[in-house]
Write a protein that binds this ligand. Structure first.
Ligand SMILES: [Zn+2]
Ligand SMILES: [Zn+2]
Length: 314
């Protein structure tokens, strides 16, 4: 539902954002459709916000006045719990999430905690930067969780918004990348972005991967990925929800293979990835919609009719 509201005022410690662009992510669809249990009666989705700070709440860093910033899924973490103390604020049990616990960026204005906005270079085009803030950062975290090192062989299972950004980082690190995905258009994009090998689900890579990241929310694909990594290899699952992982013979995991999940992101991930993205010129394929077309963008995401990451422009 699209509605008109008063412009939000920043509370103490917050900044107000003039939204320039906001990416549309599968999680937004889950919020809009109630697949994620609602945490408040109404909420504005959107957690890949590129904005200019146009007002400061009390105590917000004055250096943020007028700054171009990004807002990610992580709206706030407590900073004091054991997870936060370990530097794993993505696992903070009190964490709040943008566009879920707080109103997000499917709007022309929003507020955000000043300590959780990520400074962005001004010359980064807003529409192109938006998908970097969730799809990009989390894809990057997945490569880190998988332990990917320079020159290693990487398998990507599924090739949507996140994987098409992750492959650019992996190629920059000199990795040989194989991509397994259902869509022919996605396989073509993977080849255009430097994949050494592409295959349909069920295909085995010519040589075992050192690391693999599973983006497809399918337990069967997890087993397929495990079968395609070498002994000592790692499979990281970058999915919020997934159907059951089927029973498998122990030999699939034996040989010190590791299976891990990826749980969204930290501010450090966002800062590191965005700096890298600017340095090496990570490019997001985007399809831009006017804010008023938000429901159309969500519908097309749901029907898998988007050819690239959807971005809303107010
Ligand atoms: Zn997201
Ligand atoms: Zn915490």
């Amino acid at each position: 539902m699209v509605e008109t509201r008063d412009c939000p005022r920043p509370a103490a410690g917050q900044v107000r954002l003039a939204v320039r662009a906001c990416g549309v992510c599968h999680t937004d669809l889950h919020v809009a459709e109630g697949d994620l249990p609602p945490r408040r009666p109404t909420v504005v989705p959107g957690h890949q916000i590129v904005a200019d700070v146009d007002a400061l709440g009390d105590g917000a860093d004055p250096a943020l006045a007028g700054a171009r910033v990004g807002v990610t899924w992580l709206a706030w973490a407590c900073g004091t719990c054991p997870a936060c103390q370990r530097g794993e604020e993505n696992l903070c049990p009190r964490a709040r999430f943008t566009g879920y616990d707080t109103d997000g960026g499917f709007a022309d204005a929003a507020v955000a905690d000043a300590g959780f906005v990520i400074p962005l270079p001004r010359d980064l085009a807003a529409e192109a930067a938006a998908p970097l803030l969730c799809a990009g950062v989390i894809g990057y975290r997945a490569l880190r969780v998988a332990g990917l090192g320079p020159g290693e062989r990487l398998g990507l299972y599924g090739f949507g918004a996140s994987a098409h950004l992750a492959i650019q980082v992996a190629r920059h690190w000199g990795c040989e990348v194989g991509v397994v995905t259902r869509g022919a258009a996605h396989r073509r994009l993977a080849e255009a972005l430097g994949a050494a090998w592409v295959g349909e689900p069920g295909a085995r890579p010519p040589e075992a991967f050192d690391r693999a990241v599973v983006f497809a929310p399918s337990g069967a694909v997890v087993v397929e990925a495990l079968r395609s990594v070498r002994p000592g290899g790692v499979v990281a699952i970058n999915a919020v929800t997934m159907d059951a992982i089927p029973a498998m013979p122990y030999e699939v995991l034996y040989g010190e293979r590791t299976l891990r999940s990826v749980s969204h992101l930290t501010r450090a991930d966002a800062r590191t990835f965005l700096a890298l993205a600017v340095e090496i010129g990570v490019r997001a394929e985007v399809e831009v919609f006017d804010l008023a077309e938000v429901n159309e963008a969500l519908r097309r995401l749901k029907r898998r009719e988007l050819r690239a990451a959807a971005v809303l422009r107010p």
